[in-house]
Design a binder for this molecule. Sequence first.
Ligand code: MF3
Ligand code: CO
Ligand code: CO
Length: 260
Amino acid sequence: MTITIKTTEEQARMRISGRLTADVLDMIGEHVRPGITSAELDQICHDYIVDVQQAIPAPLNYRGFPKSICTSINHVVCHGIPGDRSLRHGDIVNIDVTVIKDGFHGDSSRMFIAGKPTVSGERIARVAYEAMWKGIEKVKPGNFLGDIGHCIQTFAESRKCSIVREYCGHGIGRVFHEDPQVLHYGRPGTGIELREGMTFTIEPMVNIGKRHVRLLPDGWTVITKDRSLSAQWEHTILVTSTGHEVLTLGAEDRAVRKQP
Ligand code: MF3
Ligand code: CO
Ligand code: CO
């Protein structure tokens, strides 16, 4: 296990990659409407990253992934491949964007709802959002990875939802997925201790039904076994001397959130 500690210069470059990632998600929001296909959302993001940001969409050709973003709709847990399915009223969709700029990665995802939300769609998206923030709040030097996972799991289960175990957050930097693994469940005080200069993602996948998942034959798409709705949010986080900095905050959150 080799966890990279980012220097001040590397942190500055991570900040830029994180900002670009957030900008893509800020940009795509208004396009998520009934009738648009996930392939169209992919094309819009791809062109923005390549032409406007002059950056690289990390998923494209990553271990054979065929598109530039992941789009995970309704009971799709993660790694959905953009395609010809049009969004319908009430669909919930996770859009996961990873941008490489100047050699460093930013990775973030959000839930969007097409048209009029359903009660259960809105609920699972909100529980996953709050679960992610419960984890982020634990990030500071001297705390442990297990503290993050424990808080996320406890919160989601208190809302009668379940946490997917097969996929986790990850260290990030020059490498898309590096050490450590950031589990979204666990026990306080376990795992590695957090240190200033670490960068990793927190990206809980929360199901409204049971936690079990199945991989589709395309080798990428992960769905809930019971076909229940699943939601996920993701931020890239830097551990600072006093707490943390969320590197992928969108414009609205940057205006209101104080970073500890
Ligand atoms: N962005 C995803 C993550 O949060 C990984 C997607 S890998 C891909 O780690 F190949 F599916 F793009
Ligand atoms: Co990630
Ligand atoms: Co991601």
